[in-house]
Unconditional design. Structure first.
Length: 129
């Protein structure tokens, strides 16, 4: 079962191949390929380093030294908006459906995407009214 940060359910929908380095971007592509290949894939929703963070150059002892807690704040915001507890286990497709049902506008995600350096490249964010 994949462990995925709550805010990464937004990121994974808008990923364009950009990343902190090539290793990070390649890992992101590989995980997304795995998820897209298995529609029934289950995930545990977390607010800590996850399968995407595993190749991040800022991952230091399972903590993000770049965001200094901002990532955890983004995760908590997403969990609250989804009315979900950390540790929830669901099919990835169901989580993505929930995200796209409850987070439909820029105002819905301002506490998450407003902190993101990839906002300009993110196709998921760009499609929001």
């Amino acid at each position: 079962m994949l462990r995925i940060r709550a805010h990464h359910f937004l990121c994974m929908q808008g990923f364009q191949g950009y990343g902190y380095n090539e290793e990070f971007a390649e890992n992101m592509r590989a995980v997304l390929f795995e998820i897209n290949s298995a529609a029934e894939q289950e995930a545990e929703v977390v607010s800590c380093c996850d399968v995407f963070c595993s190749a991040c150059p800022y991952n230091e002892d399972a903590s993000c030294r770049k965001t200094r807690g901002a990532a955890k704040t983004m995760d908590r915001t997403v969990l609250k908006k989804l009315d979900m507890e950390e540790g929830t286990k669901m099919r990835v497709g169901d989580i993505l459906h929930l995200v796209n049902t409850k987070m439909k506008s820029v105002s819905d995600v301002c506490g998450v995407c407003g902190l993101c350096e990839w906002q300009e490249e993110c196709l998921w964010f760009k499609r929001l009214p």
